[in-house]
Design a binder for this molecule. Sequence first.
Ligand SMILES: Nc1ncnc2c1ncn2[C@@H]1O[C@H](COP(=O)(O)OP(=O)(O)OP(=O)(O)O)[C@@H](O)[C@H]1O
Length: 731
Amino acid sequence: MWDNNSNLKKRAKEAFVRQQDQSDCGVACLLSVINFLGGTSKLERLRELSGTSKQGTTLLGLYQSADKVGLKAEAYEADLENLKKQTDPCILHIVKDERLQHYIIFYGIKDGQFIISDPAEGVKLVSPKEIEKLWKSKALLLLKPGEDFTTVDEKKKYQWQWIKQLTKEDLNILSLALVLGIFVSVLSLATAIFSQKLIDEILPGEDTLKLFVGLGLLAFLLFAKSGLSYVRQLFLIRQSRDFNNRIINTFYSSLLKLPVPFFFNRKTGDLIARMNDTRRLQRTITYIFSEVMIDVLLIIVASVFIMTYSINLGFFVLLSVPLFFLLTWQYNEPILKGQQDVMKAHSANESNYVDTIQGIATIKTGNREPFFSKITKKIYGFFQDQIFDLGKVGIKFTFWADIISAFYMVGVLGISSMLVLQDELLVGALVAIFQMSSQLIPSANRLALTNIRLQEARVAFDRMYEFTSLEPEYNKKPEIKNKLENDKVESIHVSDLSFRFPGRSPLLKDISFAVEKGEMIALLGESGCGKTTMLQILQRFYEPESGSLKINENIGWGELSVKSWRNHLASVPQDIKIFSGTLLDNICLGDVQEEDVEQVIEFCKEYGFSKYFEEFPQQYATILGEEGTNISGGQQQLVALARALYQEPDLLLLDEATSAMDRETEQGMLQMLMESKKEMGIILVTHRIKSVKLADRIYILNEGKITEQGSPQELATGQNLFSRSLEELSV
Ligand SMILES: Nc1ncnc2c1ncn2[C@@H]1O[C@H](COP(=O)(O)OP(=O)(O)OP(=O)(O)O)[C@@H](O)[C@H]1O
């Protein structure tokens, strides 16, 4: 037991996360516990994993999200005596002020008092009596680190490996750029040295020959500097291009491997903003690898050079450099916070653009342009305010950096002038020292800003890494062998399948149904009863909570990889996506080769699509999507149906796939499907009773369960949704 553990309260305080609003108390508790155990996560992610809504989080939602972040969670009902004995943090479900549902954390006991972390108030000691009063439900969630729990240190290690992997190919080119940079910096000191020789030796000696030789040498060095600088810049932009290509490709391809719900729950604008953030990463990497060394060298070389004229002056120069670092240290926090705020506001702004442009028709029909303009103005205004605030911090920083530079330049000039007056320094040397000092200041300034640059890149990197570190759906079970490689799916049997969205009550309960090749079955049910979700589970977008699915009666679902399973099915969803490209591209969804053209045209003729597609302005070459012709909802469904059938699936999932078609087209397509089903099994989800009537079997879903099943003839005589809809149809 943690009795009298004085360190515990301190650790609890360090780990404390304050709730942002009342609905957040559960996830704030969870994040505090994660911090306490040495891990790391984000409120946003926990909110999503736990299904936190405006009403808050259920204990079940917390349990499920804890499991997903690698914690071992156990839910109990306990009493005060059991609680006292706990040696791991526990989230308690309490009722505050007799009405408010709330979560708090119990960490342990100190001097007979309970160490409690309340996300609304902070860490405090509470008497057993008070706990008894608050903790009426006696429900607690015990949390321990599980096998998959990643600590901050481990995360850093993975991040470092990721960065190393990404920059491995750049090291050669960056090293070359570095070497060239060193030459360029040393050569840029040539002017200063020549000025000194000119003023102190050549001009007083009136030696014209020496003057021309000197000028020639200077010209040569300056030309060499320009040439080397040119080559170095070329190297750097090449590295920048290659690095950006590499990082975006890596980021984007790992993004596409993430499970579908990830995209359902994210704003497109936020993803785009994060991709744009990669440039910050590239700039910092280039700077760290190629310029930091140059700045360090320039400061050392210039200081040593100044020391050769005057030791004291050299020390003065060297000692002034830390002042820039001191200043940066002072401004580190506000600049970092400002950068984070700007990045967040940038994401929100991009998301708003995507949202409003995608919803333009709804906005216009409702004459809501003024409202959305106002919202956009506000969001953009907020984004600009964040840039402004960061700019203000930047200006203040620059102001103080200028003051330090002025102090430094006056100091250098003052000391060297005194040395000239005391005949310890020649005027030419003074000019050279002044020139070198002027070159040294920007280097010292840049060097001092390294930490801020690093932090900025770290924020951008963290935002990217958050996504790239998520588990891709394909890799979940890499050892799986594809048992179905050359075989076709002849039948599927779903048994006792249950499913719920994180933190929500069960949506599908013990669902069982079957479909065989040559059959069309229909799922019928009220809106929101889970039909679309069932089809999404079949596509393996979501994992069911329990139940099984057998393919061809003997292959378990888990014995197939997600990828190979999807090779056997095709779907027409409710929301159809038409991609930018020709009609042909949209049907093939891949590299269209010359031989495919004939094949697609033949396929469309055979399946009865050609009479619709030949009416398109350029027939199969008609450009569709964002940059092309807009097509009607019914035409979009025709394209999507052709796309699905062209894949020759064994299982076809149709979710309101003909709802926007005219009666005649719909009848034609249903007829075609009735003929095609000999090659596949079809699952139809529709509210259209005329289509349902064509099914071989109907499954009626009600309140998450299949309440009735049978052929249309069998169900028509009973009392159910199908028979009632039939009656309405005949009225
Ligand atoms: N990603 C999600 N997270 C949480 N709840 C969700 C999510 N997607 C859907 N739901 C909820 O699940 C329920 C079932 O949705 P689903 O789309 O499966 O219904 P449906 O039967 O297909 O409805 P319709 O006939 O209107 O198409 C709905 O209440 C919906 O709000």
